[in-house]
Design a protein around this ligand. Structure first.
Ligand code: AMP
Ligand code: MN
Ligand code: MN
Ligand code: MN
Length: 288
């Protein structure tokens, strides 16, 4: 094989709030020329076996991943784990607790929307969840289909974010715990889409410093939710803090507004890719 291998290290399936099955996600990634794919569903790893089987069939390298919901100083942030052992008990116990919180939160979002004059939202969200995990994305799809807003983006703004009727404050994992579970499970902790967090420069510095001290190894430099400027800004930040750089579309499915699989530009040249020390599958390297 000639040329750089294409990595997409942040994707979702219908095991969390994505639309595709793991098999369909892997097939689409392969068709789009992705060589190395990480499946990183929110707070769950149950899609990995199906993804692994599909990846083996199609000759694509699958990285076991997860995207962990974290509450850091009252704010939600996401930490991706790459190369985790999904059988690790500590990791699975931690993720199970987050999914328990999701169950309670789904009811609470429904109660709050009900008070705001929107009945049956929890049932509507649950009905849109393929595998039992309920995300705000499922509420968003219900609310759009019920005619409360024209599209998913505006439904978030109107109902599901801080200060809006369906907002419930998160009680996700502590940053220390999320990084700890990932590292204990043999993985690398990556701060997801850092440009998405609405925080002051001072607060962002504090987050990055704490993440590094706790053993965080990389940040997403290229992301489906980063602008071109964000990519260069976070490449510079990665360099300054000594983080490796990751890249991921954050693909959720064909109807989503995020970037398609494998569609991101290459990382800026002076980044150290998070995969620098990964073993390279010989079948992929063999000249054809
Ligand atoms: P949850 O983890 O249940 O709080 O849901 C968070 C998910 O909602 C994210 O992973 C995104 O997929 C989606 N999301 C968050 N904010 C927005 C937004 N403004 N517009 C569309 N989707 C969003
Ligand atoms: Mn999502
Ligand atoms: Mn995220
Ligand atoms: Mn994501």
């Amino acid at each position: 094989m000639n040329g750089p291998r294409i990595h997409d290290l942040h994707t979702h399936t219908h095991f969390s709030d994505g639309q595709l099955s793991p098999a369909d996600l892997v097939a689409r990634a392969a068709a789009r020329g992705v060589h190395v794919l990480a499946l990183t569903d929110h707070d769950v790893t149950d899609g990995l076996p199906e993804a692994r089987a599909a990846a083996d069939t199609l000759g694509l390298t699958l990285v076991n991943g997860v995207e962990i919901s974290v509450t850091w100083n009252t704010q939600s942030v996401h930490v991706v784990g790459l190369g985790i052992d999904p059988a690790h008990t500590g990791l699975q116990e931690g993720l199970a607790r987050l999914r328990d919180f999701r169950v309670w939160r789904a009811d609470e979002i429904g109660r709050r929307l009900d008070k705001a004059g929107i009945p049956d939202a929890t049932a509507g969200a649950r009905a849109r969840s393929r595998c039992g995990l309920v995300s705000r994305t499922h509420f968003a799809h219900f609310l759009v289909e019920a005619g409360h807003a024209p599209d998913v983006r505006s439904v978030f703004r109107k109902f599901l974010v801080h200060g809006k009727p369906g907002h419930v404050p998160g009680q996700w994992a502590a940053l220390e715990d999320a990084v700890g579970w990932i590292r204990d499970a043999g993985g690398q902790a990556v701060l997801a889409h850092p440009a998405r967090y609405k925080m002051t420069a001072t607060r962002l510095k504090k987050l990055l410093s704490e993440f590094r001290e706790l053993g965080g190894e990389a940040i997403e430099v290229a992301s489906g939710s980063h602008s071109r400027d964000d990519v260069f800004r976070f490449a510079e930040i990665a360099r300054r803090y000594g983080f490796m750089a990751s890249t991921g579309s954050d693909y959720h499915g064909p109807q989503n507004f995020y970037t398609d699989l494998g569609a991101l530009p290459p990382l800026p040249e002076d980044c150290i890719p998070v995969w620098r020390d990964w073993p390279v599958a010989t079948d992929v390297l063999a000249p054809t």
